[in-house]
Design a protein around this ligand. Structure first.
Ligand code: PRT
Ligand code: ZN
Length: 224
């Protein structure tokens, strides 16, 4: 499939969606993203914007289906680790870490549990949506554990008796607090990031990427 226009994947709706649009518009792209279309044409540059679930963005970039993507490093690293384990393509280039979407992936337990480091979790079950990031961290600690995959409602797992601990994203900590949990270890710090496919682009598209990156750097510098 030959494509001439540069393709950028961003989150359709959710925590990163508005900031992605603001950034691209700030970089001079004229976009009309009001409708629900998957693919939108930029009006003043040869760029197409693909709006998808954030979880699909790393794979689209790693498979070379799109040229650039903006996604949380948490989602990116989880996909990379999973693909690496499956011997699937997992290469990409980071163009720039962005100034939004900040959060951390943390371990949390019942607020009344005495915490004595990761060994507290020996033989316990940890609920998470990030099994590869969790396994990669726990491997370093050498503590044996089991996990339980939950795509949502991770924070209610301990109360529901599904798990002894959780490994979930935290920003303010209010969700943990509301569920009687306390944050005990940060295992990964994340921000949104701009990535490029490892497949070579045409010279024209690479020039466009370079120009876009310069403009994005300018937008971020201006708001620092
Ligand atoms: O529909 P789609 O699949 O695209 O979106 P999604 O629902 O999977 O993701 P979304 O929009 O919730 O988050 C997108 C990205 O935003 C995440 O992958 C992170 O990189 C980043 N981000 C930043 C966060 C948070 N902050 C955050 N606080 N993602 C999720 N949360 C959740 C967290 O899971 C927990 O439920 O917010 C709750 C905790 O927040 P506090 O403030 O109570 O600690
Ligand atoms: Zn998602």
């Amino acid at each position: 499939m030959t494509q001439q226009r540069l393709r950028i994947a961003i989150q359709k709706s959710g925590r990163l969606a508005d900031e992605c649009q603001t950034l691209l518009k700030g970089a001079g792209l004229k976009l009309n993203l009001r409708d629900q279309r998957l693919l939108s044409h930029c009006q003043n540059l040869p760029i197409d914007i693909l709006r998808v679930r954030d979880d699909d963005i790393p794979g689209l970039v790693m498979d070379g289906v799109v040229d650039l993507g903006i996604v949380g490093e948490n989602v990116l690293e989880e996909e990379r680790l999973e693909r690496e384990a499956m011997n699937r393509p997992c290469e990409f280039t980071t163009l720039r870490r962005l100034d939004f979407g900040g959060c951390r992936l943390s371990l949390a337990v019942d607020k009344d549990l005495a915490w004595d480091g990761p060994t507290t979790l020996a033989g316990k079950r940890i609920a998470t949506s990030y099994p590869y990031l969790l396994a990669s961290y726990m491997k370093k600690t050498g503590v044996p554990f089991s996990d339980c995959m939950l795509k949502g409602s991770v924070e209610v797992a301990p109360r529901a008796g599904l798990a002894d601990a959780i490994c979930d994203l935290v920003s303010t900590g209010a969700t943990l607090e509301a569920n009687g949990l306390k944050e005990t270890e940060v295992i990964f710090r994340s921000k949104a990031t701009l990535i490029q496919t490892a497949s070579p682009l045409s010279a024209t598209n690479q020039e466009l990427v370079d120009k876009l990156l310069t403009r994005i750097n300018g937008v971020i510098q201006a708001r620092e």
